[in-house]
Design a binder for this molecule. Structure first.
Ligand code: MG
Length: 380
């Protein structure tokens, strides 16, 4: 029985994680739940799964009612870090989006918990530091993100030295076929209509700008110890192939499945075993054909910015990520146009002098600096 802490239990990945746990009550048990502000759902989840530990990181309008007298309740991000120390937690499923995952993830690795992460921002900001810490603590970071899970599975029984290239597939988002002029008038409602995946709002906007794919390039660099030059982004609108790897002998391995996040979540939790679960299967006779195209870096400059940050390294990825978070939030509030998201990120990056081999504090400083820069540029 694996005892799981679901961090971000009320979000899209969190709810899917609980769904997987619900299907395998003899394999997994919820030891801890953590949500940011959705108290109603957190309370309902706590009543159903009866965890020993519950945490609320943000402010909530209503009070949280403990499911039983025994459950321990924690508040805030410091409370979350304290909660992770509990020995009844075997695995931490990091299902919160954004940079706020960085410190709890760091803490979970320090505590040598098993990690399954859907969060990309932490790996983007501090990829080098996180892989070093994970190696030192002998902690495996198992990806939940569908593309990274695909690469993980393709590389599983292989010699990493024989890997030549990663083909990171991308659906292309809702604006794949838009002209540059059409991109200028995009509204939030348009941006939230993802053709393949149902996800949280921020990641859906990131998918529309292709920044999501850019973040995944940096995520893959951290998880698989490759450089930006080893990764090729391929537009694959059907999202059936979740990514591919090419080896030195010219062989390409791919991982295919339906677009259902419960598949990579289940695998991350049961790794190295495969569990038989409820999942729609692929029907190749219905699919008939799969398509591939090159990404358009000019129409989607966020992807180019991410590759540039990946090549710069140091604190630049953290700066890019912070500027993106601020710009996407401003876009969602109607304060910034869709195409200005990339303009703001580019400007902030050009103002930044990247620090080589940063410490965790350098990364956090760069993150705060970039937020202030982005906010002031948006204010102008
Ligand atoms: Mg993905």
């Amino acid at each position: 029985m694996k005892r799981i802490a679901v961090i971000g239990s009320t979000g899209s990945i969190g709810r899917n994680t609980l769904d997987v746990i619900r299907q395998f009550p003899d394999k997994f048990r919820v030891a801890a739940l953590c949500a940011h502000s959705n108290v109603e759902l957190l309370s309902a989840q706590a009543r159903e799964f009866k965890p020993e530990l519950v945490c609320l990181t943000g402010q909530a309008k209503t009070n949280f009612h403990k499911p039983g007298k025994k459950a321990k309740f924690f508040r805030g991000f410091l409370g979350l870090e304290e909660m992770l120390e509990d020995r009844r937690i075997d695995m931490v499923v990091m299902a919160i989006g954004g940079s706020s995952a960085l410190l709890p993830l760091w803490k979970a690795i320090e505590l040598k918990k098993e990690i399954a992460t859907a969060n990309k921002e932490a790996l983007v900001m501090a990829g080098g530091l996180i892989s070093r810490l994970a190696a030192e603590k002998q902690v495996k970071i198992i990806p939940i993100d569908s593309e990274q899970s695909a690469i993980w599975q393709c590389l599983e029984k292989e010699d990493p030295a024989k890997l030549e290239k990663i083909y990171l597939t991308a659906s292309g988002g809702p604006f794949r076929l838009y002209s540059k002029a059409q991109l200028e008038n995009i509204t939030l409602k348009d941006a939230l209509m993802h053709p393949r995946w149902k996800m949280g709002k921020k990641i859906t906007v990131d998918s529309a700008t292709l920044m999501n794919k850019g973040l995944e390039v940096l995520e893959a660099m951290c998880l698989f110890k490759v450089s930006a030059g080893d990764i090729k982004v391929v537009i694959h609108p059907e999202s059936i192939i979740h990514s591919m790897v090419e080896f030195v002998d010219g062989v390409v391995m791919a991982q295919l499945s339906q677009t259902d996040m419960r598949i990579p979540i289940r695998y991350a939790m049961s790794y190295p075993q495969r569990l038989k679960g409820k999942a729609r299967k692929l029907n190749f006779f219905q699919i008939k054909s799969l398509n591939f195209a090159k990404p358009d870096f000019e129409k989607f400059p966020c992807l180019a910015l991410a590759f540039s940050a990946a090549r710069d390294g140091g604190t630049m990825p953290a700066v890019m990520n912070a500027a993106n978070e601020v710009s996407v939030a401003a876009f969602m509030e109607g304060k910034l146009g869709f195409i200005s998201i990339a303009e703001i990120i580019g400007k902030v990056m050009r103002r930044h002098r990247s620090l080589k081999d940063p410490t965790l504090n350098d990364v956090l400083d760069a993150d705060s600096w970039a937020r202030i820069e982005a906010l002031s540029l948006i204010g102008e």
